[in-house]
Design a protein around this ligand. Structure first.
Ligand SMILES: NC(=O)c1ccc[n+]([C@@H]2O[C@H](COP(=O)([O-])OP(=O)(O)OC[C@H]3O[C@@H](n4cnc5c(N)ncnc54)[C@H](OP(=O)(O)O)[C@@H]3O)[C@@H](O)[C@H]2O)c1
Length: 412
C-alpha cells in the first residue's frame, strides 16, 4: 500500500503534468512543476519555462503570496540550494513559511543539491520519493548528463513489417504514418540535437528541424549533426541553410581537408574531428563524447542502415529506441533493411533488448526498446523501474493541440 494519500498523489501528478509543459523549452535545466496546497486544496501552481526564468517552486510561491504560509509544496525534483541565474529555492521556501515539502527525486547536480537538508535544518518537514519513478523518467536526459557528462541517446527508425526501409527501387516516402512522423517531430522538439549519416543527408536532403504540429512555436531548434568523414556533402543541402536557426555540426575524420573545414566554418557551421573506429567509420563513442562536451544533454539519431548498424550493433550507444513498424510488407532481397553493416556472425552475439512498450501510433506499431547497459535509474533512484512512457505520448495533445486532419504533412 502506498504511504501517500490519494490527494497527495494527485497533487504530485499535477506537478508532473505541469513539468511536462517544459518539453523542449528548458534544457539544460530539468522539467519541473510545482503545486502548493492547503488543507487538500490547490492554492497555486507553476512550472519552469526555461533557463533564466524562475524555478517552478519560486514562481508558485510568488503566485500564492502570504497564503503560502502553512501550505504543502509538491515538486518533482529536490528544491535547489544554490545561487545560479536565479536564487536558491530552499531559501525562498523557508521564507514563505511553507510547512511541508514533498519532492520526488534528489537533484543529482552536486552544485544544486542539498536543498532538502537545508529545509530540514530550518524546521520544514520533508517527504521524499512520491512518484519517484515517473519523475526520474521525465528528466532522464538531465539525470544522464548530470551524472555522466554524456548525452542521452535516442535512436528512432521506421520500417515495414519485414524490416525494410525502402522498396527495391528505393521508394521510401513514406513507410510510416503521419502520426508516427508527427511523433518524431515531437521528439526532435524535445532533444538538444538530431544526428544523421552522410548518405541520408545527400539522398533525402532533410531539414532536420523540429516542426511539431499545432499551437507550440519552437523557440529554438535542435543542433543538426551530420557524419561526413571527408566533408564531401554539397553545401546547398537544406541542413546547411543558415535561416534554420541553431548550428549545424559536420563531424569529420582526421584526414578531412583543411580547406573544406575552413570553408564550412566560414559559412557559420561547426566542424568536429573524431578518430575512426575499427569498422573504418567515424567512432560513434567519440562523437557522443563531443556532443557531451558541447553541453548537449540529448541527441536523437535518425539513422540510415549504415548508421543504424553502427549505433545499435557495432558501437552501441543508444539508451532508448523508438521503432515504428508499418503494417505492410515490401519484400525484395535487394530492398534495404533497417540495419546494414557487416551483421553478426552468430546468434550468441545478439543482445536482447527490453521491450518497454508495445503501442500504436496511428496505424503503425510503436515499440519502445531499451538496450542492455543503457543508462538506467540506478544513480538517482535505485529501485525505479523503467516505465517506457516513450516520451510523454499521453500528453501530446496537451502540448500541441490535436492534429487537425488537414495539417501539413510532417516529414523530413
Ligand atoms: N526508415 C528510416 O527510419 C530511415 C531513416 C533515415 C534514413 N533512411 C534511409 O537510409 C538511406 C541511407 O542509409 P545508408 O545506410 O546508405 O547511409 P547512412 O547511414 O545515412 O550514412 C552512412 C554514411 O555516413 C558516414 N558515417 C560516418 N561515420 C559513421 C558511423 N559511425 N556509422 C555510420 N555511418 C557513418 C559514412 O560516410 P562515408 O561513406 O563517407 O564513409 C557512411 O557511409 C537513405 O535512403 C534514407 O532514406 C531511412
Amino acid at each position: 500500500m502506498s504511504r501517500w494519500t490519494p490527494k497527495q498523489i494527485a497533487h504530485m501528478r499535477e506537478a508532473l503534468r505541469l513539468a511536462r509543459q517544459g518539453w523542449g523549452l528548458v534544457s539544460p535545466n530539468p522539467m519541473v512543476g510545482a503545486v502548493l496546497a492547503k488543507r487538500g486544496r490547490v492554492i497555486a501552481t507553476s512550472w519552469h519555462t526555461g533557463p533564466g526564468q524562475p524555478h517552478a517552486e519560486v514562481s508558485a510561491l510568488a503566485l500564492a503570496g502570504p497564503k503560502a504560509k502553512g501550505a504543502e509544496l509538491y515538486v518533482n525534483l529536490e528544491p535547489c540550494n544554490h545561487q545560479g541565474r536565479t536564487g536558491p529555492c530552499a531559501e525562498a521556501i523557508i521564507e514563505s513559511g511553507v510547512a511541508k515539502v514533498f519532492y520526488s527525486v534528489p537533484d543529482p547536480n552536486p552544485v544544486a543539491s542539498g536543498g532538502a537538508a537545508r529545509l530540514e535544518e530550518a524546521g520544514i518537514q520533508v517527504d521524499r520519493g512520491l512518484l519517484a519513478d515517473e519523475s526520474w523518467e521525465l528528466n532522464q536526459f538531465f539525470f544522464k548528463y548530470s551524472t555522466t557528462a554524456k548525452p542521452f541517446v535516442i535512436v528512432k527508425a521506421a520500417a515495414s513489417l519485414d524490416g525494410k526501409i525502402a522498396t527495391r527501387t528505393g521508394d521510401s516516402r513514406w513507410i510510416s504514418s503521419k502520426a508516427a512522423r508527427n511523433f518524431s517531430h515531437h521528439i526532435r522538439a524535445g532533444v538538444d540535437a538530431v544526428m544523421i549519416g552522410r548518405t541520408t543527408a545527400a539522398k533525402d536532403d532533410p531539414e532536420l528541424s523540429a516542426r511539431p504540429w499545432g499551437r507550440r512555436k519552437m523557440h529554438r531548434q535542435p543542433w543538426r549533426i551530420v557524419l561526413d568523414p571527408l566533408l564531401k556533402l554539397p553545401r546547398d543541402l537544406k541542413l546547411f541553410n543558415p535561416q534554420l536557426g541553431g548550428p549545424t555540426v559536420v563531424v569529420c575524420a582526421p584526414e578531412a581537408g583543411q580547406k573544406d573545414r575552413e570553408g564550412l566554418r566560414r559559412l557559420g557551421h561547426a566542424v568536429w574531428e573524431v578518430p575512426r573506429a575499427a569498422s573504418g567509420l567515424l567512432s560513434l563513442a567519440a562523437v557522443i563524447d563531443e556532443i557531451g562536451r558541447a553541453g548537449l544533454q540529448s541527441v536523437l539519431i535518425e539513422p540510415g542502415a549504415t548508421l543504424a548498424s553502427s549505433a545499435l550493433l557495432e558501437e552501441p550507444v543508444a539508451d532508448l529506441i523508438h521503432m515504428f513498424l508499418a503494417p505492410k510488407f515490401l519484400g525484395g532481397k535487394e530492398a534495404p533493411s533497417l540495419l546494414g553493416g557487416p551483421g553478426l556472425e552468430n546468434l550468441g552475439l545478439a543482445k536482447e533488448l527490453d521491450i518497454l512498450k508495445i503501442g500504436r501510433m496511428g496505424p503503425d506499431i510503436h515499440l519502445v526498446l531499451r538496450p542492455s547497459g543503457a543508462f538506467g535509474p540506478s544513480s538517482v533512484q535505485p529501485q525505479a523501474p523503467i516505465l517506457g512512457y516513450g516520451h510523454l505520448t499521453d500528453d501530446l495533445d496537451e502540448l500541441y493541440g490535436t492534429d487537425p486532419p488537414d495539417s501539413p504533412e510532417a516529414g523530413d
